[in-house]
Ligand binder design. Structure first.
Ligand SMILES: [Zn+2]
Length: 201
C-alpha cells in the first residue's frame, strides 16, 4: 500500500464496502433496492495531473476558447451544454487560464457579482425552480463554476443528487436548449457583456 499521507487516511477502512443504508428511502436519494457500494480504494499519491496541469492533457478551454460559449465580457464567459437532462447546465469561467488560488484581484472582485447574475439569468427560464452552483475542479485546472438548474416543482431533485439526475433524465431537445440559451444570454447582457448566440445554435 502507498504510504498514507495523514491520520485521517490511516483511519479509513481500505478495501471495505461502506453501507448505503443511511440513504435508502430518503426522498432525495434516487435509487432503491439492493445497492452495493464500491470497496474503498487506496489513495493515489501524488495525484495524477488534471487537464491543463503540467504533465496532463491540454486545457480544453484554452484549446477551443469559443466552444459552447453563449455570453462573455472582458473577463468571464458562460458556456452552456446542449446534452443534458436538467433545464440548464452551464459553466462560468475566466477567459484566461487561472486556478482559484491564482485568480487576480480584479477577477475575484467581479466573481460574486457574476454568480448572482448567472443564477438570476438562468432563473428567468420558466422551467427552473432554483439554480445551484458548485466548484469541483477535479477534471480541469482552468477555474470553472458549474451551474445546475433544478426544474421547478421537482422536489425529488433537491440537493447534491441533482448532478446524477442530469445524466439520467432524457436530454432537453436541441431547439428547446437553444431557446433557453438565448434567454439566458440576453438576460446576462442586461448587465453588460455580449451574447455569443452562434455557439448555441
Ligand atoms: Zn485553460
Amino acid at each position: 500500500m502507498t504510504e498514507l499521507p495523514s491520520d485521517y487516511h490511516r483511519n479509513l477502512p481500505y478495501g471495505e464496502r461502506m453501507s448505503a443504508e443511511p440513504f435508502i428511502g430518503d426522498p432525495m436519494f434516487p435509487f432503491e433496492g439492493d445497492l452495493q457500494v464500491d470497496p474503498l480504494a487506496e489513495p493515489v499519491i501524488p495525484e495524477p495531473p488534471r487537464r491543463g496541469e503540467e504533465g496532463g492533457e491540454p486545457c480544453g478551454t484554452c484549446a477551443a476558447p469559443d466552444r459552447f460559449v453563449i455570453w462573455r465580457d472582458d473577463q468571464w464567459q458562460l458556456k452552456a451544454f446542449d446534452e443534458h437532462g436538467l433545464p440548464f447546465v452551464a459553466i462560468l469561467e475566466p477567459r484566461e487560464h487561472y486556478r482559484l488560488d491564482t485568480l487576480p484581484p480584479e477577477l475575484i472582485a467581479t466573481l460574486g457579482v457574476l454568480i448572482q447574475r448567472v443564477a438570476g439569468a438562468i432563473g428567468r427560464l420558466d422551467a427552473v425552480g432554483r439554480t445551484h452552483f458548485n466548484r469541483w475542479g477535479d477534471g480541469s485546472e482552468h477555474f470553472h463554476l458549474w451551474f445546475l438548474a433544478r426544474p421547478v416543482g421537482q422536489m425529488q431533485l433537491r440537493g447534491a443528487m441533482i448532478a446524477l439526475w442530469d445524466d439520467m433524465l432524457p436530454n432537453v431537445p436541441s431547439e428547446q436548449h437553444n431557446e433557453y440559451a438565448r434567454v439566458v444570454a440576453a438576460a446576462l447582457c442586461e448587465g453588460g457583456g455580449e451574447a455569443v448566440l452562434s455557439a448555441a445554435e
